[in-house]
Design a protein around this ligand. Structure first.
Ligand SMILES: Cc1cc2nc3c(=O)[nH]c(=O)nc-3n(C[C@H](O)[C@H](O)[C@H](O)COP(=O)(O)O)c2cc1C
Length: 258
């Protein structure tokens, strides 16, 4: 085999290794935790990742002993670089995130994030190198040497009809990835997620979407990517906009009737 061929194979293998998903930390930011719509969407996705060989750790932001970032002076950059001035559950979590190659941030849309999820995102700061760069038209940092993370994925649920409801949360994770210098692999979004259930049970369509989420997890683990067709099917409308709006407004009118 010629040297050029060896080199090409080496490059391809390197690329493959760069793409492989081996170790995942997933943070579910829903205050409703296991009972929430976010868990209904996230869990099959993580199952797919595990089935394809990834090692997955799931944590609930709500259960973490994590204080909000309130020192107000970036102590983790200026005071004790790489270490937060608060000692709480975040140190442990940061250590585990630093060893993962993939961070999955899962959240309901809460105009835009639930408070505890925002706290966790703010407290990622010690993982960043305290040095500014100008990249892709913006002032950015990057993860410190020793942080293995290569990609971030968003999994999000919303109550309303249209996918546009997810633009802000998507932008947050996209921006965070770009600033940290890692790939934003994509957004797995499920508008009007509650419609996957009927009378408290998963509907037939809900089960089908869970199957697609599992498939998306497997695809991510195997290829390091999420197929646009899979994502489009997962976020497909389950009712018309008009019908959903009518359902909400009737429920609101009933709830507000004296
Ligand atoms: C404070 C608050 C704000 C919300 N804002 C939005 C919103 O802007 N767009 C949307 O589609 N859903 C919104 N929702 C609905 C939730 O995102 C949706 O019901 C989600 O599926 C809940 O997930 P969970 O059960 O895991 O908490 C909001 C819910 C709450 C409580």
């Amino acid at each position: 085999m010629g040297e050029a061929m060896n080199e090409a194979i080496g490059e391809a293998m390197g690329e493959q290794a760069g793409r492989a998903v081996r170790r995942v930390v997933a943070i579910n930011g829903s205050p409703r935790m296991e009972k929430g719509d976010t868990a209904m969407v996230l869990d099959p996705f993580l199952r797919g990742l595990e089935e394809a060989g990834a090692d997955v750790e799931l944590v609930y932001a709500e259960r973490l002993d994590v204080r909000p970032c309130t020192c107000g002076r970036m102590h983790c950059w200026y005071g004790t670089p790489g270490t937060c001035c608060f000692r709480d559950g975040m140190q442990d979590l940061l250590g585990r995130i630093a060893q993962a190659d993939t961070l999955v941030l899962a959240t309901p849309v809460y105009i835009p994030l639930p408070g505890k999820m925002q706290d966790v995102v703010n407290r990622l700061c010690p993982l960043m190198e305290p040095r500014l760069e100008f990249r892709e038209g913006r002032t950015r940092s990057r993860f410190r040497d020793g942080v293995a993370l290569r990609r971030m994925v968003l999994v999000a649920t919303g109550g309303w009809w249209e996918a546009g409801n997810f633009d802000t949360v998507t932008r947050i994770v996209e921006d965070l990835s770009a600033t940290a210098g890692v790939a934003f692999t994509g957004a797995v979004i499920r508008p009007h997620a509650f419609v996957m259930r009927a009378r408290g049970e998963l509907s037939k369509t809900g089960r089908a979407i869970q199957g697609e989420l599992q498939q998306a997890g497997r695809e991510l683990a195997e290829t390091g990517a999420l197929r646009p067709e899979t994502l489009a099917s997962i976020r497909r409308p389950l009712v018309s906009e008009e019908r959903l709006r009518r359902m909400y407004n009737e429920e609101l009118a009933n709830a507000n009737r004296g």
